[in-house]
Design a protein around this ligand. Structure first.
Ligand SMILES: *Cc1c(COP(=O)(O)O)cnc(C)c1O
Length: 423
């Protein structure tokens, strides 16, 4: 990592030398009441809107207006195969093969569909292992799967916890759990990048440990997709799910993504829920045939998808595809290491970074723990024009996103923080 320097001049110089700096202009940056741009650090919660999104959605509105149902075939981007226009860029972002990825439904729905296939409890092996600080939706989803299969939703959960007085997960502890009760665990379902601490886990290592213990392994990559190089195929995981409204900038509540490893592509023995979109697309519209399972991740689709939402995903993925995802990751590491450098230079012991300092074990987000859970610090930061978020019990999350955040943004953020801390 580069040696950083203090001072605004250094930040401005980094921006001048940054080949990706120009992309900030391709986004709408939220402004305050006086028309000044806010410092937006919550791309981990809702990514900003590319200016091109409107054009992409308008194209579909126009084709719908002019073509009606014929748009399925005649639209500029025909609606029938529309999801296929997303595949090429999406597989690069998550590190998968085209047959392994599908954009459909929303994250938690996809998680349930994946558990229909990959959570196959028996009397003795029925538990689900999750991280102790899992995102609430994931926790509720796995608990309801336990109840659905008539198991106790407390006793059936195994928690991988950080050690006392630590925040991060330790792989030795996972090994210990699996050595002790691996044969009771049917499924390991972990957040690939923890939403709270920003820890990016080693997906391959977890998968290997889980498979060796006879468990299925899946990941929730909501905070990973578009943020870090997930390499889902190489991880060997059975499945992964993610959303597209965080680091993939596709708009509030937009569709989710789903990965099913190639080795399951033609496995017709897996339990599945199905609909007409799971049927072989070559004969889907004959509508008279016996069900013929579609190969690959596409075979988990149920319904014909919402094209307007997909248009927003296409706008964003086309942009990311043009920039090149590897370049984004490269800038991200530099930008976040600069952010970390500035925070450490503050030398203030009321705040502490809990995100790993190893760039390979985190994405762009830094989670700043505030002593005595003093929420007023976050409130003051917001008043000063910084959009970050507060997560109970005591963390401010800030995510400088390489596509639209600059070194200057990071400098100003820490400068404001410094001012507030010195007050
Ligand atoms: C954002 C997020 C979700 C949200 O789920 P939706 O089904 O898209 O509402 C779930 N899990 C994790 C880990 C998340 O970060």
């Amino acid at each position: 990592m580069p040696k950083h320097q203090l001072g605004l001049e250094y930040a401005l110089k980094q921006d001048r030398e940054d080949i990706l700096a120009k992309h900030k202009q391709q986004f709408h940056i939220p402004k305050d009441k006086n028309g000044n741009e806010l410092i937006y650090m919550t791309g981990n919660s809702l990514g900003l809107q590319p200016k091109s999104t409107k054009t992409y959605i308008n194209q579909e509105l126009e084709d719908w207006a002019n073509l009606g149902v014929e748009g399925h075939f005649e639209a500029k981007n025909p609606w029938l195969p529309y999801h296929e226009f997303l595949t090429q860029n999406m597989v690069k972002v998550v590190g998968a093969k085209p047959i392994e990825v599908i954009v459909m439904n929303t994250l938690t729905t996809n998680l349930h569909l994946m558990m229909v296939s990959f959570y196959k409890p028996t009397k003795t092996r029925y538990k689900i292992l999750i991280e102790s600080d899992a995102f609430p939706s994931d926790k509720y989803a796995v608990e309801s799967q336990l109840r659905h299969h008539r198991f106790d939703d407390k006793e059936g959960i195994v928690l991988w916890k950080p050690r006392t007085d630590e925040e991060l997960l330790n792989y030795d502890d996972l090994e210990t759990i699996l050595a002790k009760q691996g044969d009771e665990i049917a499924l390991i379902m972990i957040g690939g990048v923890n939403y709270y601490t920003g820890q990016f886990l080693d997906l391959k290592r977890i998968t290997n440990l889980g498979h060796a213990a006879g468990c299925h392994v899946g990941f929730d990559c909501a905070h990973g997709a578009g943020n870090v190089a997930l390499n889902l195929h190489d991880s060997g995981a059975d499945f992964a799910v993610w959303c597209t409204y965080k680091y993939l900038n596709a708009g509030p509540g937009s569709l989710g993504g789903c990965f099913v490893h190639e080795r399951h592509a033609s496995n017709k023995d897996l339990n599945r829920f199905t609909g007409w979109w799971s049927h072989n697309k070559k004969t889907r519209f004959t509508m008279r045939d016996e069900f013929d399972q579609m190969l690959g991740a596409e075979g988990w689709q149920l319904s014909n998808p919402p094209i307007l939402s997909m248009a927003a995903i296409k706008a964003s993925l086309d942009l990311i595809g043009d920039v090149g995802f590897e370049k984004l990751v490269e800038k991200s590491k530099k930008l976040t290491s600069y952010f970390e450098f500035l925070l450490k230079q503050l030398g203030d012991n009321t705040i502490r970074i809990i995100t790993p300092s190893n760039p390979d074990e985190r994405g762009c987000q830094l989670s700043i723990q505030v002593k005595n859970a003093d929420k007023t610090l976050h409130d003051k930061l917001t008043k000063s024009g910084v959009i970050s978020d507060w997560r109970e019990p005591d963390v401010i999350r800030c995510a400088p996103v390489p596509l639209y955040n600059s070194f200057e943004d990071v400098f100003k953020l820490v400068d404001k923080l410094k001012f507030i801390l010195n007050e």
